[in-house]
Design a protein around this ligand. Structure first.
Ligand SMILES: Nc1ncnc2c1ncn2[C@@H]1O[C@H](COP(=O)(O)OP(=O)(O)OP(=O)(O)O)[C@@H](O)[C@H]1O
Ligand SMILES: [Mg+2]
Length: 152
């Protein structure tokens, strides 16, 4: 189990964090993002996508669509926001491949109801917390050694 903490004092630091994460993510990776409303999950996703070559303005919050999909050089990115999901049964309306990018990268905001369906392998857990005005703290943890690269 690895645990890594980064302090993000401002939006530039969040952009740099997105860039660093994007270099580590490989097809098959799933990033589960927890954190209070407005803590910066979508902002971090936007920066990850932008660093993978997706025009940042195309990346919007999937609050209503539940899943947004983007293409990048190595495949697809699925960006999920499951905040509005009321129970796990609603996930059965989706094909698993429409939620999880089996050969791509999956970024999930509010992942609680999805977690039981996912093998922890390849999962990076991120908690985004408010520290003080504007600052955020990212606490990342994973059972997958792939993410050890984030420590350098
Ligand atoms: N260091 C920072 N990192 C990320 N966002 C920041 C930072 N400082 C300020 N912000 C602002 O905080 C807000 C974060 O909103 P965002 O939509 O990313 O949150 P969220 O966690 O996705 O919310 P929700 O739970 O509603 O999905 C944005 O307006 C962003 O500009
Ligand atoms: Mg969001």
């Amino acid at each position: 189990m690895i645990t890594i903490k980064w302090l993000l004092p401002d939006l530039e630091a969040t952009a740099a964090a997105g860039a660093k994460l994007s270099k580590t993510l490989e097809p098959g990776c799933i990033v589960m993002m927890e954190g209070d409303l407005g803590s910066g999950k979508t902002t971090l996703c936007k920066n990850i996508c932008a660093s993978l070559g997706v025009p940042i303005n195309l990346v919007t919050s999937p609050t209503y669509t539940m899943v947004n999909m983007y293409s990048y050089d190595l495949g697809v990115i699925h960006h999920l926001d499951l905040y509005r999901l009321e129970d796990q049964k609603e996930l059965e309306d989706f094909d698993f491949e429409d939620l999880i990018a089996v050969d791509g990268i999956t970024l999930v905001e509010w992942p609680k109801l999805l977690r039981p369906l996912i093998d922890t392998q390849r999962v990076l857990n991120i908690n985004i917390n408010y520290v003080s005005d504007g600052s955020r703290e990212l606490i990342m943890s994973s059972h997958d050694s792939l993410y050890e690269r984030l420590m350098n």
